[in-house]
Design a binder for this molecule. Structure first.
Ligand code: RAM
Length: 502
């Protein structure tokens, strides 16, 4: 399932004023030095084939420094070593040579080093996200061996869990889930909210929405959310559509990827940022570009008022579930975002827009009921194939397409549904939990958080993962767990969800 987009004649419509505001909000990273413990192997007298396995005790994002020296005769050949870094130990049991997935092999965290002169103080140029480090000696010579004298990581993040106090959930498991969530978010808060510090190391709009929600009830770093809003607002395509993700290096630039649901979330992030900060100036600045996302999505509707199904193309994200049809979810996300647009229009006293959006909301809901609701099954269907999935039900519940009691009944059916289109990302699970909360099923929401996020902890997670399918924990949408991200922004939300429930 390869999912990416390359646009023809791609151009970014830069708003330098917005980008200046974003630049001024660049955070100063907090740094700390961490020393690992040796789990396996000797650190002195290493020769060809020897391995040293180190554990840093927790997940870190930063720069590695290794001091090495030699023993024996004078060094008469380069020392040749290989480093492998991993967020989870399981990554090290997979063989990088066998990786044949559709995203770059370059994401696999490994290095080969030739050390011509010993002793040496090696500082790796790449930033890594990891807990474990394996040093393998590929060769020395007959006459000398290698000593690993000191290894450290200079870990960095814009925030620190040491500076915050999380509420007590009155339950050990939930407290653990909450603190792992906060730690996951900390690791992803670098110069922007990254999706994953190992991969993709960039700002995605769908991830930003969840990170911002979790941030407001933990680190309260409003400036980072504001910075990210100005980055997206300052880097739209030429037609003012907002990109699904962007890069900050070597210079600020949008990716040529558009996802309908992600673009619409800009409206939600802006409104929620206002709710958290009451910063009306940012709303004044970004209101037009936010409204444009809704305006533009109208072009995606067919004559019935239903979002056109673009099939397997990478047009709307929703989840990584294989074969998932996105049409119903896309329709629902549109309705959901229009609701946030209405709130923004109210804030701006924009009566014309307000009226227009209310009509649009009613039209989209009516079309959803008429064309996507299957009365016989009491479920929403998606695409020509009339596919039944968890995602479609969850999103239609969140879009508040049904009246309260009908939505509650739909949630009940969703919980016992036996669809092969399972939810596989914590991102989709977040919205599933939100739907449970909305339909008054708080106890189930808690037990689902324990089952799902607790399941990752039981599988040894220090930080929450990009993808977790309880039926297949090693599943990867990319072809190998080596390129999965095991510290992933969109999975941090129990920090927010638990506080909302409790
Ligand atoms: C992956 C990343 C990212 C997500 C996109 C759609 O590439 O995991 O977090 O937002 O998919």
């Amino acid at each position: 399932m390869a999912s990416y987009e390359i646009m023809d004649r791609f151009e970014i419509h830069r708003n330098e004023d917005f980008l200046k505001k974003a630049r001024e909000l660049t955070p100063v990273l907090q740094k700390k030095t961490v020393i690992p413990t040796v789990v396996k192997g000797e650190s002195k007298g290493l020769r060809k084939g020897d391995r040293l396995f180190l554990d840093f005790g927790d997940h870190y994002v930063g720069y590695l420094r290794i001091k090495v020296s030699s023993s024996g005769s004078h060094q008469d050949a380069p020392a040749f070593i290989r480093l492998r870094l991993a967020e989870r130990e399981a990554e090290l049991s997979a063989d990088p040579d066998e990786y044949n997935g559709w995203i770059s092999k370059g994401w696999i965290q490994e290095e080969w080093l030739h050390i011509d002169l010993l002793p040496d103080d090696i500082r790796l140029k790449r930033r890594y996200a990891f807990r474990y480090l394996e040093i393998e000696v590929l060769d020395t010579s007959q006459k000398f061996s290698l000593n690993v004298d000191e290894v450290t990581v200079e870990a960095a993040s814009a925030v620190s869990v040491d500076d915050i106090e999380l509420p007590d959930c009155g339950d050990k498991v939930l407290n653990k889930i909450m603190s792992v969530g906060a730690y996951t978010l900390q690791e992803c808060m670098q110069e922007v909210f990254e999706d994953g510090p190992k991969r993709d190391r960039r700002l995605w709009l769908g991830d930003l929405r969840l990170q911002a929600m979790a941030d407001y009830v933990s680190f309260k770093n409003y400036e980072m959310v504001k910075r990210c809003l100005y980055l997206f607002g300052g880097l739209p395509f030429n037609d003012d559509r907002i990109s699904a993700c962007l890069f900050t290096e070597p210079e600020y630039a949008s990716d040529d990827t558009y996802l309908m649901d992600y673009a619409l979330f800009f409206v939600c992030v802006l409104y929620e940022y206002y709710e958290a900060t009451k910063d009306m100036n940012t709303v004044y600045d970004l209101y037009d570009i936010a409204m444009h996302q809704i305006e533009n999505t109208k072009n995606a509707l067919d004559e019935r008022g239903i979002v056109r199904d673009l099939g397997d193309a990478f047009w709307c994200f929703v989840d990584w579930s294989e074969g998932l049809n996105k049409q119903a979810s896309a329709q629902a996300v549109f309705i959901y975002a229009v609701r946030y647009g209405i709130r923004l229009a109210e804030l701006m006293d924009d009566d014309i827009k307000l009226r227009e959006l209310r009509i649009l909301e009613a039209r989209l809901k009516a079309a959803a009921i008429e064309h996507l609701w299957d009365d016989e099954n009491g479920l929403f269907v998606s695409g020509e194939e009339r596919q039944i999935s968890y995602a479609s039900q969850v999103w239609m519940i969140l879009a508040e397409v049904l009246e309260k009691d009908k939505a509650e009944a739909l949630m009940q059916r969703t919980m016992t549904l036996d669809s092969k289109y399972k939810m596989v990302t914590p991102y989709m699970y977040h919205y599933y939990i939100e739907a449970l909360i909305l339909t008054g099923k708080k106890d189930i929401a808690i037990s689902e958080i324990k089952r799902y996020w607790g399941g990752m902890i039981n599988a040894g997670a220090d930080t929450f993962w990009e993808l977790y399918n309880p039926d297949n924990p090693e599943e990867s949408p990319y072809g190998s767990c080596m390129v999965n991200s095991y510290c992933h922004a969109w999975s941090c939300t129990p920090v927010y969800l638990l506080q909302k429930i409790l």
